[in-house]
Design a protein around this ligand. Structure first.
Ligand code: GAL
Length: 388
């Protein structure tokens, strides 16, 4: 047989490449890394409002996100947590609570989008949500399609009522369902660290919870935050460890404790999801949540999660390398009393001429010299940027 009917290789190879590209393009959803190149920023209803959510509240929060300057500071997602859903229709379609969300989720998404913001929603990979609303188990594809048709931009997927299920398998199903939904949707895995989600999370979702729930007190917040050390190797652009949402401004911690919460979360390259009432927050809370020098550490394009480099009793030093060659350094005092913390230039690999900038208070502090030894308040922090 002659090769008269065969296309020459010079035509065939470009054709194969082209078809591959076409096939990839019809798979509408972009790879997860394009959705969260830096840790997500937004707000979530759970920490302050629990089950008490409704469309009026969510619209007002979206308004406040713009008027308070949160949007300008980078906060983007307005996320409704548990309790927006009540039942399923005969065909299985999920139904929003008509008392609390009379206009429906699509109309809420339209409103949030009209403000230049994005809407997030919540479900559960098991049979019911933690508040016993319908879960997405065996409805993954249908729910992902419904969310996409409503214009949802983000979904947090919890892990209640999932007895006998394997999180790695169930969350992969959800990932695939979202990929087929026809809309880019940030995927937040919320299984509280069960079965080490940092191992499979990077190929499954954009963020994964590493622990149980945060509460609005220093002990719980600090136990969660300071035990993240060692997980830094699993985080990077598009896929982040999630030590849970912020409690800043909810009233259970002191000013220094909330500053520690924020400083630790930005060093951890954690998602920044405010959890307070944005409509009524005090100036002190707004200033902390919108501090641009602090947020820049979290959102640094290098996307490296920080880690601990030194500890002595209740004192800890953490470092996060930044894209311009400088480093963010957190000097944390976990005791109740004011204490001096000694930062040696050698410890963080900089010359004595490297300069220091206090990010929380926007102050230049001069050169580090051989050692810089500030006093740090009890439960407090000094967050500095050290030039290269
Ligand atoms: C928990 C979750 C919380 C919140 C709550 C809602 O499992 O960790 O962040 O979503 O469920 O019921």
């Amino acid at each position: 047989m002659t090769n008269r009917y065969l296309l020459p290789l010079s035509i065939l190879i470009p054709l194969i490449v082209l078809c591959g590209l076409c096939a990839a393009q019809t798979n509408a959803a972009p790879p997860p890394s394009l959705l969260a190149p830096t840790p997500v920023m937004g707000w979530n209803s759970w920490n302050k409002f629990g089950c008490d959510v409704n469309e009026k509240l969510i619209r007002e929060i979206a308004d406040a996100m713009v008027s308070s300057g949160m949007q300008a500071a980078g906060y983007q997602y307005v996320n409704v947590d548990d309790c927006w859903q009540v039942s399923r229709q005969a065909d299985g379609t999920i139904v929003a609570d008509a008392q609390r969300f009379p206009s429906g989720i699509k109309s809420l998404a339209d409103y949030v989008h009209s403000k230049g913001l994005k809407l997030g929603i919540y479900t559960d990979a098991g049979r019911m949500t933690c508040q016993k609303r319908p879960g997405s188990f065996e409805h993954e594809v249908q729910d992902a399609k419904t969310y996409a048709s409503w214009g949802v931009d983000y979904v947090k997927v919890d892990w209640c009522y999932a007895e006998g299920l394997d999180p790695e398998v169930q969350y992969a199903k959800f990932r695939d369902a979202l990929a087929q939904s026809g809309r880019p949707i940030v995927f937040s895995i919320c299984n509280w660290g069960v079965k080490a989600p940092w191992r499979w999370g990077p190929t499954t979702g954009n963020l994964w919870r590493t622990t149980g729930d945060i509460t609005d007190n220093y002990d719980r917040m600090s136990v969660i935050g300071f035990t993240q050390n060692g997980l830094e190797k699993f985080a990077g652009p598009g896929h982040w460890n999630d030590p849970d949402m912020l409690e800043v401004g909810n009233g259970g911690m002191s000013r220094d404790e909330y500053r520690t919460h924020m400083a630790l979360w930005v060093i951890l390259a954690a998602p920044l999801l405010a959890g307070n009432d944005l409509r009524t927050m005090k100036a002190e809370t707004r200033e902390l949540l919108t501090n641009s020098e602090v947020i820049a550490v979290d959102q640094d394009p290098k996307g490296v999660q920080g880690h601990r480099v030194w500890e002595e009793g209740p004192l800890e030093i953490w470092i996060k390398p930044l894209a311009d060659g400088s480093r963010a350094v957190g000097l944390f005092n976990r005791s109740d009393a004011i204490l001096t913390i000694q930062l040696d230039s050698k410890l963080i690999g900089v010359k004595p001429s490297a300069t220091l900038r206090d990010l929380l208070d926007h102050k230049d502090l001069g050169a580090i010299k051989d050692t810089y030894a500030p006093e740090v308040p009890g439960h407090g922090v000094l967050l500095i940027r050290v030039s290269k």
